[in-house]
Ligand binder design. Structure first.
Ligand code: IPE
Ligand code: IPE
Ligand code: MG
Length: 273
């Protein structure tokens, strides 16, 4: 696979080794989602303004993107701004939007060069128009890229997503395109903002809080959770490796019992010889 250059840092031998061990050890999650929390507390502990924490968090985003792409993760979804975050002080919101615009301007070309596809979910019309334009340009420029999809959840909430899906499904029922008895898991999945991606396999939350904060509510039904006390600005690829290691030890039963999983594995192995 082609080399990736997002952080401008040369990959160390130890890092190459750690990644290959991780790949040999078990499955790499196809979809990793991250609640990037703790920027404010990180800044406060250093006697700095909250926005400094958000700024410092950009380096963590770069490192996470690079490491996930190197590992072969297919989808990386980053919770960057929730519907409820619009309730924050105006000054913090506008500083965050400015940072988002600057970062998109600076990084889009780089994402494109590295075959990374940018995507966004959420009530994007609420974003300032400059921000929305940058985002749309980035999405358009990178639309044919294959290596990994980076989805920014912006002005996003799980309830907004589900409400929207219900609205479009009921519209279709009303005009006869869909029968209400045909509504099932797949139909709902197809009407969510995440219709183009698989459900997240691994959800990481930094900043130590044990809650979902209105993130991918429908989609995380069987997602494995990894919560770390590390604040987002301190979060680096080694923390991702820890999360994936933990993920690889989990038994994902999806409601079944261990013996059934074992039987399935045996059948799969028999079919592959
Ligand atoms: C996460 O960090 C970033 C956003 C929600 C935009 P916070 O700003 O929530 O940081 P804490 O949780 O207050 O430390
Ligand atoms: C969750 O963090 C949202 C993002 C990281 C964008 P919050 O800081 O908004 O979550 P709560 O309010 O502590 O639940
Ligand atoms: Mg927070």
């Amino acid at each position: 696979m082609e080399k990736i250059a997002i952080t401008n840092k040369k990959q160390t031998k130890e890092d190459v080794l750690r990644q290959s061990l991780l790949k040999e050890r078990g499955q790499i999650p196809e979809h990793v989602a991250i609640i990037m929390d703790g920027n404010g507390r990180w800044a406060k502990e250093r006697g700095r303004m909250r926005i400094q924490g958000h700024k410092a968090g950009v380096d963590s985003v770069r490192d996470a993107i690079e490491a996930c792409a190197q590992l072969g993760v297919g989808h990386l979804t980053l919770y960057a701004f929730s519907t409820e975050n619009w309730r924050r002080p105006k000054a913090e919101i506008s500083a965050l939007m400015k940072l988002l615009i600057q970062t998109l301007r600076k990084e889009t070309l780089n994402l494109n060069k590295n075959d990374l596809k940018l995507n966004a979910i959420g009530e994007l019309e609420r974003l300032p128009s400059v921000c929305l334009n940058e985002l749309r340009e980035g999405i358009e420029m990178t639309k044919d890229n294959q290596r990994m999809v980076i989805t920014l959840a912006l002005s996003y909430s799980g309830r907004w997503d589900i409400t929207n899906a219900i609205k479009s499904i009921s519209e279709k029922v009303k005009n006869g395109e869909l029968q209400s008895e045909d509504i099932n898991d797949e139909v709902i999945h197809a009407h969510l903002a995440t219709s183009e991606m698989p459900d997240p396999d691994l959800l990481i939350r930094t900043g130590g809080d044990f809650r979902i904060s209105n993130f991918l509510l429908w989609q995380s039904a069987y997602t494995e959770f990894f919560i770390t006390d590390t604040y987002w600005p301190d979060f680096r690829r080694t923390n991702i490796y820890e999360a994936i290691e933990a993920y690889q030890t989990r038994e994902r039963r999806f409601g079944m019992i261990s013996e059934q999983l074992y039987e399935k594995e045996k059948e799969k192995a028999a079919a592959s010889v």
